[in-house]
Write a protein that binds this ligand. Structure first.
Ligand SMILES: C[S@@+](CC[C@H](N)C(=O)[O-])C[C@H]1O[C@@H](n2cnc3c(N)ncnc32)[C@H](O)[C@@H]1O
Length: 154
């Protein structure tokens, strides 16, 4: 807890803050998803982006988070919103996943800059995948920028 507070003070933001709901709608619109897409939210928190994306577009969506409590919350929310059959949530450290082996067509990331920087080499191996990053830019060629969203195509 103390370490978390120190980290928040250092980076000036809450590393657990979810994407505001109004921004989630914008994010989903930018993803251009359909029923054949598979969205991965790396560090999914309460699963709101996956759940909304699945509701709005019929896509399949997978959320991964290191915190077990977030995964429980996301699974419950998916059931309540009737998208449990099209969504899945797993507790895992995203730094341990071979991202290029996932069936993802789109990745969503809202993560601290330092974590994003470390994730980038593995995202770049995901040929054909779109990546939408909220608030933080990746050191890669930008396809588009919309408000606080950065869009990449690898
Ligand atoms: C800023 S929140 C974003 C949550 C969600 N993506 C959203 O946009 O609402 C970042 C999330 O990443 C998770 N996270 C941080 N480091 C992680 C790691 N190494 N592996 C998996 N999840 C991680 C945190 O637990 C937190 O829920």
């Amino acid at each position: 807890m103390v370490a978390m507070l120190v980290m928040m003070a250092l980076i000036g933001t809450n590393p657990d803050a979810p994407t505001p709901l109004i921004r989630c709608r914008e994010a989903v619109a930018l993803m251009h998803l359909n029923e054949t897409d598979i969205l991965y939210d790396l560090g999914c928190g309460d699963g709101r982006v996956c759940i909304l994306a699945s509701e709005m577009t019929g896509c399949r969506a997978v959320g991964v988070d290191i915190q077990a409590a977030k995964i429980e919350t996301a699974r419950e929310a998916a059931k309540m919103r009737f998208v449990a059959d099209r969504t899945a949530f797993y507790r895992q450290d995203i730094m341990e996943i071979e991202l290029n082996k996932l069936p993802a067509t789109v990745f969503y990331v809202y993560l601290p800059q330092e974590l994003l920087n470390r994730l980038l080499p593995r995202l770049e191996k995901c040929k054909g995948a779109r990546v939408i990053s909220y608030m933080h830019q990746l050191a890669a060629p930008l396809k588009a920028k919309h408000s606080e969203f950065y869009v990449y195509q690898f």
